[in-house]
Design a binder for this molecule. Structure first.
Ligand code: PRP
Ligand code: MG
Length: 212
């Protein structure tokens, strides 16, 4: 029997809520810890646990059919991938921040400055739209430490509760975009699997309605 293949974040903030929504949809998954792939017992579905940043490419290549992913990741590297549902969890902002002690006037303050980020495309586009050119320094995690160690003037990263900014003595100065978890679809999904997607979408819609 054909199964639909879904990518879910392997670890991190989306993982738990992603599995919870599948569960609420009545899809049970045997969760062998440390397994990168799992199969549902009661729905023709396989789950692949992947790194966030790799998911757009897996969708593009048709290695997975659908994914639960942060919209911010699609904006950064999956603009060609379509969204089937907004999932109303893992809400966050992608923002620019600078040290608390810095007097900040406007986006022009970033002109010629170093910005540390894991979201280079998003920042570049945003700055371009404002006519600002900065020097982007790409790092993959713990971005907020950069200004404190003299690596950058400011940072661009995800802000959720704001506690990471606070702990690192930074202040949010520009909100570039708002994001939440979404159900994304591979551009190459087969007709047969589209039917399975429809069933999942139907269940997701009622779960979201019940949660409201
Ligand atoms: C994420 C993100 C921010 C933080 C935002 O980092 O990169 O640093 O969470 O959340 P908050 O506003 O609630 O503090 P994460 O903890 O996933 O670690 P990483 O950056 O090292 O991947
Ligand atoms: Mg972080």
């Amino acid at each position: 029997m054909t199964k639909i293949r879904i990518a879910v974040q392997k670890s991190g903030r989306l993982n738990e809520d992603s599995l919870a929504i599948l569960k609420d949809c009545g899809i049970s998954i045997d969760n062998g810890k440390d397994q990168l792939k799992a199969t549902s017992r009661n729905f023709p579905l396989e789950v692949f646990y992947l790194r966030n940043g790799d998911i757009p490419q897996y969708l593009r290549d048709g290695v997975v059919d659908i994914a639960i992913i942060g919209e911010n990741v699609l904006i950064e590297k999956g603009k060609d991938i379509s969204i089937a549902e907004r999932l109303n969890f893992s809400k966050c902002r992608v923002s620019l921040a600078v040290p608390k002690g810095v007097t900040y006037n406007s986006i022009k303050d970033f002109e010629g400055k170093k910005i540390a980020t894991s979201y280079p495309n998003t920042v570049r586009e945003y700055l371009e739209s404002k006519g600002v050119t900065a020097d982007l320094h790409i790092i993959n995690g713990s971005v907020e430490i950069a200004p404190n160690i003299g690596l950058a003037y400011g940072i661009c990263d995800i802000v959720s509760s704001g506690s990471t900014l606070f702990k690192n003595n930074l202040k949010e100065v520009e909100v570039m975009l708002k994001s939440e978890a979404v159900l994304a679809v591979s551009p190459t999904i087969s007709e047969e699997r589209k039917e399975l997607l429809k069933k999942i979408q139907f269940r997701i819609k009622s779960v979201l309605q019940a949660r409201n």
